[in-house]
Design a protein around this ligand. Structure first.
Ligand SMILES: [Ca+2]
Ligand SMILES: [Ca+2]
Length: 175
């Protein structure tokens, strides 16, 4: 089949524009990793909860007051993810706390230290909260995020690992 020269040029320009748009999209996301914890592997008592207020219609956490006050509830959600651009990453989590006896999780990447996420913020509201104590240095390739239960009643909807060069503050359900 032979294209008219003008038509052929037009098709080539459209194809080039499509590839460029695709590349821009991929590059834009290569420094921002979005994860839905409910899609991970669960170890009880952490479990998924359905909620229209959540990204993907679900979040993770535990019922409140399943362990004695002051005791950790335990449990884990394990999520594997891929890093396209190596560097230091900030952990953002969209979380909701019942009260200050339910306002934290432990966050761990690969075999790194367990970091306390939370211990602050207004209860009874879905908010994007930043893990302030650390940036995770991630190499290109596969990694594993572990969310460990700490205080019962805490809920986590969505996680964004964001390259330190990206200063955006996640907003809304999608982040
Ligand atoms: Ca609690
Ligand atoms: Ca979710």
């Amino acid at each position: 089949m032979r294209f008219h020269p003008t038509l052929r040029t037009l098709v080539l320009i459209m194809a080039a524009a499509f590839v460029a748009a695709l590349a821009a999209g991929v590059l834009a996301d290569s420094k921002r990793i979005s994860l839905e914890p409910e899609e991970g592997l669960f170890k009880k008592p952490l479990k998924a909860f359905k909620s229209d207020a959540c990204s993907g219609g679900k979040c993770i956490g535990t019922e409140d007051e399943i362990v004695d006050k002051g005791k950790e509830c335990g449990g884990t959600v394990k999520i594997e993810f891929d890093v396209a651009t190596s560097g230091n990453y900030v952990f953002w989590g969209r979380a909701r706390w019942p009260d200050d006896c339910g306002d934290s999780f432990y966050i761990q990447i690969d075999d790194g230290e367990k970091r306390v996420f939370g211990e602050e913020g207004t209860p009874e509201q879905w908010r994007w909260r930043k893990l302030k104590s650390v940036k995770f240095n991630l190499s290109k390739g596969e990694h594993t995020l572990y969310i460990h239960g700490r205080e019962d009643g805490a809920l986590l909807d969505k996680v964004i690992l964001q390259h330190e060069s990206d200063g955006r503050i996640p907003q809304g359900k999608s982040g």
